[in-house]
Ligand binder design. Structure first.
Ligand SMILES: NC(=O)c1ccc[n+]([C@@H]2O[C@H](COP(=O)([O-])OP(=O)(O)OC[C@H]3O[C@@H](n4cnc5c(N)ncnc54)[C@H](O)[C@@H]3O)[C@@H](O)[C@H]2O)c1
Length: 407
């Protein structure tokens, strides 16, 4: 099944309750898609989806469950809501995402990220669903080659941890599936450093425990929840000695997924370009039915520049201390986003100031993320039961806002 010409195509978003998934769900609803989310809530709360529903006034079908559960996927893909099309495309976020954690728990990462995607692609094949957008990462590149300022898609891939390797393995699996199944169209998106929050301040990143990413850590420091930030490495050959990254506003990134789905539709409607297998072997990112795109801004900011912007946006200090470099860190990782700009017709429009402003609005209005004073908050959802969130009524679950052990 490919996209039909009827109104409101229906998309499954795996991991849609998470940080990037919830922002993308919002943009998809806004763009006129019906959305079903499948998320096991291992790193999220259903509260994010209730809030997405409240922002757009739309409803979301939500299944709490795991992408490795093939029987559940059959129910998700087979299920029908009156007035909705069957699911015709999948945006796949569900994954474990901590590079350092993956070093200690490689099997968990390969199991969730690789086996999870195989389970999903297999179920899609059973249900003849042939449009796929995949969340990959700049971690697949590893350390940029000497002299490369803006990393292009065809850059060597030498991921330096099991997380990055799991994503590269999945990229290759998707390409092979696209080669074998002539009806399949997939788009692989390699994200650089997603930060920020929706401008409403109602949804954002809600990390558990010690944040693994820079911005949530900075926000906790600004908010006084941490005494200081460790700036790891001040001796890099960069503008001020601190590491340089390509920060991208999560809303820009979410809109990139809407562009990627449109592009998948275009690929269905056109005859694939003829590209020799030798050329694809030399550069897998040019696969004609499974292209790969960098999702970045093309402009780097140093960690110290980001701290300084956060201080000026919040009017509050970010106490920091110098700390040694961490193994595996690199000086500068910035995308060349020209391919996404030209082919997807998508471009990041928000700068570091907007990223800091929106991240702080979210943080200052939600000090504990989606948790309430008594712990997790949200629609209580039993595993394997579909719940309709938003659109005025939550069905088959408790009222939103009531505490429940649902994360
Ligand atoms: N945030 C980043 O810096 C970043 C950078 C590059 C790529 N990515 C990729 O983007 C995707 C989304 O990242 P995020 O930052 O929103 O992370 P997140 O943890 O907030 O979202 C992932 C979601 O997937 C769910 N999930 C995990 N395993 C699952 C499973 N087996 N079955 C069902 N649901 C499952 C989690 O509960 C969570 O809601 C991930 O694939 C990640 O690898 C993220």
């Amino acid at each position: 099944m490919t996209f039909g010409s009827d109104a409101r195509p229906h998309v499954l978003v795996t991991g849609g309750a998470g940080y990037i998934g919830s922002h993308t769900t919002l943009e998809l609803l806004t763009a006129g898609y019906d959305v079903t989310v499948l998320d096991n809530l291992s790193n999220a709360s259903s509260e994010s989806l209730r809030r997405v529903g409240s922002i757009v006034g739309g409803k979301i079908n939500f299944w709490r469950g795991d992408v490795r559960d093939g029987a559940l996927l059959d129910r998700v893909f087979g299920g029908e809501e009156v007035g909705q099309q069957k699911i015709s495309a999948v945006v796949h976020f569900a994954a474990l995402k901590s590079a350092p954690e993956s070093v200690d728990n490689p099997l968990d990462y390969y199991n969730c990220n690789v086996s999870g995607t195989i389970s999903l692609l297999t179920a899609m094949s059973r249900h003849n669903i042939n449009s796929f957008v995949f969340s990959s990462t700049a971690a697949v590149y590893g350390t940029p080659q000497q002299g490369v300022k803006l990393i292009p898609e065809q850059h060597d891939t030498r991921p330096e941890n099991p997380y990055g390797r799991s994503k590269l393995m999945v990229e290759n699996i998707i390409r092979d599936v696209c080669t074998a199944n002539k009806d399949m169209r997939a788009v692989i998106l390699r994200y650089f450093n997603p930060v920020g929050a929706h401008e409403s301040g109602i949804i954002g990143e809600s990390p558990r425990g010690t944040p693994g990413n820079l911005v949530p850590y900075v926000l906790q420091t600004v908010a006084g929840q941490r005494s200081h930030l460790n700036v790891t490495g001040l001796d890099w050959p960069t503008v001020d000695g601190s590491g340089v990254r390509d920060f991208i506003h999560v809303v820009d990134l979410a809109k990139g997924h809407v562009a990627a789905l449109s592009y998948a539709k275009q690929l269905h409607q056109s005859t694939p370009a003829t590209v020799s297998s030798t050329a694809i072997l030399a550069d897998p990112t040019i696969h004609p039915t499974c292209p790969t795109f960098n999702m970045g801004t093309g402009s780097g900011s140093s960690v110290l520049q980001l701290i300084s912007t956060m201080e000026s946006v919040t009017g509050l200090p970010v106490p920091w201390v110098k700390a040694p470099r961490r193994p595996g860190d690199v000086a500068e990782v910035v995308a060349n986003p020209a391919k996404a700009n030209g082919t997807l017709g998508w471009e990041a429009s928000l700068g570091v100031e907007e990223m800091c402003r929106d991240a702080w609005r979210w943080k200052s209005e939600n000090m504990d993320g989606y948790d309430g004073p008594e712990g997790p908050v949200g629609v209580e959802v039993k595993e394997g039961v579909r719940v309709v969130i938003g659109g005025g009524a939550e069905r088959e679950g408790r009222e939103p806002g009531s505490p429940g052990p649902n994360r």
